[in-house]
Design a protein around this ligand. Structure first.
Ligand code: GDP
Ligand code: MG
Length: 505
């Protein structure tokens, strides 16, 4: 993804600060030059790029800066702030209210991804237990209703549309009325697009909007159109009251910079980005975490959000057990379940500092899910005694007949069942180590509470468990330690560890 390139280039430019012995005007200028070049290559508007350069320069005054001040950090934080400003309109996004109908209307050009995104958004709310539904008010494009019908049926989203009615205003009105009466909370209205900004499109858009009185109008913009985004977004904004923006097709080869900077220009916040054609390829968008992630600093906030969404009721229990160095096969099973609930692997891993976004390609991610499911199937053939045994592995070495039984029961080879046990053994050993380390679970900075030798040993063990490739991706042992600290600070407890475990291959 080209956006990741942008991130890499900016990160590299920022690193030049670290490599320089003295940070002076010259170093700053050459760094800014690199950053601006990267932004322009990513299609960010030239006016905004110039502005960014000037703003950073203004913040950094070498004469005024006290000798002891950390120039590096000041420059970095100025760049970070300016990058955030570039895509942050400073406006709060519309938040739907539970227990009442929230009508959300989609607008945008044909092919921008409206219909796809409507379904994704409805599904997003459905997953969070909102009553969500879809209304197809596109009578312009042949097959528009079928498209919604097909997508909605697959995802079990209630929908409304008509094969005979030709007036989109009537359909929109009828659909919204019906769903309102039925107590729906999120009513999404898909509208038609045209190939370009035509007067007739805007006219129709206004009529539908007047008829259904939307609480929020979402403008859908295709990231692949680059610099053209800004004028398009402005044109829509001028005609209807655009409340938020969703940028689609940020997977693939979109440069993204054009679309992202258009957001600030329209003063409407981007609320989601589309990252693929699948129904769950929709990521909530928050400016700061996005920039952090782009620069490889990780999106811990997003990760915490995701984990919180899980409602890990038994996490306390598990944490308690781990403090005592206990970890059963059932615990592992439950962790796998949590990891799978977290959703697409690459998304979760992308939030962890040190993992680049493209570390987990789609193919590998599916592999991982399949792999986890397979491991869980094997565990499904275990009995309670095996799952809950404090030292589950021993049971199997003492009585190898159990392996045969489980392999047969789950339809795998004995080798696979044995591999599972040996992976579990490695993992349980790490947990035992963690439990044995005084101070690991105390609040505060783990590195201060824990004896460094013990910490180093734990790191070594973790590193062995993960394999060299994954460790390298995490930024070596330093990255791993950082990651451990975040886990310990409550970024969802141990489901993350489960993730790493499942991710090795
Ligand atoms: P509409 O005309 O605005 O309703 O656009 P559609 O929803 O029909 O989408 C047009 C095309 O873009 C379809 O082939 C979609 O599968 C594709 N599409 C939509 N969103 C995304 C996205 O985020 N990523 C990718 N790769 N394709 C997308
Ligand atoms: Mg459509």
């Amino acid at each position: 993804m080209v956006l990741a390139d942008l991130g890499r280039k900016i990160t590299k430019a920022l690193q030049s600060l670290r490599d320089a012995t003295i940070i002076d005007e010259e170093v700053l200028n050459s760094m800014l030059k690199e950053i601006c070049k990267a932004l322009l290559e990513a299609d960010v508007n030239i006016r905004l790029v110039k502005q960014l350069r000037e703003n950073v320069r203004q913040v950094i005054d070498f004469n005024e800066m006290a000798a002891g001040l950390n120039k590096r950090r000041m420059i970095q934080s100025a760049v970070f702030k300016e990058l955030v400003k570039l895509i942050d309109p400073g406006v709060k996004a519309f938040q739907p209210v539970k227990g009442k109908p929230n009508v959300i209307m989609f607008v945008g050009l044909q092919g921008s991804g409206k219909t796809t995104t409507c379904t994704k958004l409805a599904y997003h709310y459905l997953k969070k237990n909102w009553k969500a539904c879809l209304v197809c008010a596109d009578t312009f494009r042949a097959g528009a209703y079928d498209q919604i019908k097909q997508n909605a049926t697959k995802a079990r989203i209630p929908f409304y549309g008509s094969y005979t009615e030709v007036d989109p205003v009537v359909i929109a009105q009828d659909g919204v009325d019906m769903f309102k009466k039925e107590g729906y909370e999120i009513i999404i209205v898909d509208t038609s697009g045209r190939h370009k900004q035509e007067e007739s499109l805007f006219e129709e858009m206004l009529q539908v909007s007047n008829a259904v009185q939307p609480d929020n109008i979402i403008f859908v913009m295709d990231a692949t159109i680059g610099q053209a985004c800004e004028s398009q977004a402005k044109a829509f904004k001028e005609r209807v009251n655009v409340g938020s923006i969703i940028i689609t097709k940020l997977d693939g080869h979109a440069k993204g910079g054009g679309a992202l900077s258009a957001v600030a220009a329209t003063q409407s916040p981007c609320i989601f980005i589309g990252t693929g054609e699948h129904i769950d390829d929709l990521e909530p968008f928050k400016t700061k975490p996005f920039i952090s992630k782009l620069l490889g600093m990780g999106d811990i906030e997003g990760l915490i959000d995701k984990v919180n969404e899980l409602n890990l009721d038994d996490n306390e229990d598990l944490l308690e057990k781990i403090k005592h160095g206990q970890f059963t096969l059932r615990d592992m099973y439950e962790q796998f379940q949590n990891v799978m609930k977290l959703g697409p692997f690459s998304q979760v891993l992308g939030m962890i500092p040190g993992f680049s976004q493209d570390f987990m390609t789609k193919g590998r991610e599916e592999d991982t899910t399949v792999r986890l499911k397979r491991l869980m199937t094997i565990m499904d053939s275990m009995n309670d005694a095996e799952l809950d045994n404090k030292d589950g592995a021993k049971l199997f070495t003492k009585q190898p007949g159990r392996i045969t039984r489980i392999a047969r029961g789950s339809g795998v080879t004995e080798k696979e069942a044995k591999d599972l046990i040996s992976q579990y053994t490695k993992f349980a050993a790490v947990v035992k180590k963690m439990g044995g380390i005084k101070g690991l679970f105390k609040s505060g900075d783990m590195t201060k509470n824990v004896n460094p030798t013990q910490m180093a040993r734990l790191n070594q063990q973790m590193a062995k468990m993960m394999g060299p490739a994954a460790l390298h991706q995490m930024g070596g042992t330093a990255g791993l330690q950082n990651f451990m600290r975040q886990i310990q600070q409550g970024a969802g407890g141990l489901s993350n560890l489960g993730g790493l475990f499942g991710g090795q291959s």
